[in-house]
Design a protein. Structure first.
Length: 258
């Protein structure tokens, strides 16, 4: 490897213990977490990948593992999103787990600005990562924000040693296939992806309007007046939303949809 890659690998080894500690802290939220990685992607093609396992770094740098990681692309039409999946002897089985299950993973893409995207990635030996994620989604987001703020010094270390991933990966710049999707359709897709909504269940257009009114602090009565519907009809929509999201209160609706 070149001097640059030697230096980057030194960083993985140097910070392994710190990331291992964060895997322990993530266990109550995500299950038996054994690996974590932080990836920062920039519009100019420069990136860093920080992980708690040097073998991940070796795979990224020498085996071009990053070239087949569709999550590690700079999206030209980005949005915050969560993806989960499982792997069994190289077979990816997204959102499901069966007998013989081996590992599962969870990643969260955070859009910093038009030029920077940040990905948090965790790998678990247990399929419980799905249940944990669904049960603790708002807390998980807070945990990730805290994780990032507590480790800025480490991230600065890697930022000073960024490499041009765009030159190494043919899949770096990517346009989402769903550019024509509305905000509601994007939410439906995300919630189905992480298992909160069943595959054949969607938030309807009227239900989405009620959620947006709720976000703006409107009561059911005020929402009804704006949409030209009765208060009882609006409450019926909220009842349907709660059933679909499997929650009990309107505040829980906002926790999931925001």
């Amino acid at each position: 490897m070149s001097n640059f890659e030697d230096d980057l690998m030194h960083g993985y080894t140097k910070h392994t213990k710190i990331f291992d500690d964060w895997c322990e802290k993530a266990k109550p939220l995500l299950g038996e977490v054994r690996q974590c990685a932080m990836i920062e992607l920039s519009r100019d093609g420069s990136s860093f990948i920080a992980a708690n396992a040097p073998d991940i770094g070796e795979q990224n740098l020498t085996k071009k593992w990053y070239d087949c990681q569709k999550e590690w692309s700079f999206y030209k039409n980005p949005r915050n999103e969560i993806t989960t999946g499982s792997s069994h002897f190289g077979y990816e089985n997204s959102k499901t787990y069966t007998e013989g299950f081996r590992i599962s993973w969870f990643s969260y893409r955070e859009i910093i600005d038009n030029d920077t995207q940040f990905i948090y990635s965790f790998v678990s030996d247990s399929p419980n990562i799905y249940e944990k994620l669904i049960q603790n989604l708002p807390t998980v987001k807070k945990f990730l924000k805290f994780f990032k703020s507590e480790n800025e010094a480490i991230f600065d270390y890697y930022r000073e040693r960024k490499f041009n991933l765009a030159e190494r990966s043919t899949n770096y710049f990517k346009i989402n296939n769903d550019t024509d999707l509305t905000e509601r359709e994007n939410l439906n897709m995300l919630l189905q992806q992480i298992g909160i909504l069943k595959a054949n269940v969607n938030i309807s257009r009227r239900e989405w309007q009620c959620i947006k009114m709720l976000e703006h602090g409107k009561t059911a009565k005020e929402t009804g007046e704006i949409l030209g519907l009765s208060r009882r009809t609006i409450e019926s929509f909220f009842s349907n939303i709660k059933n679909k999201l499997r929650v009990n209160t309107k505040s829980q609706i906002l926790e999931i949809t925001n």
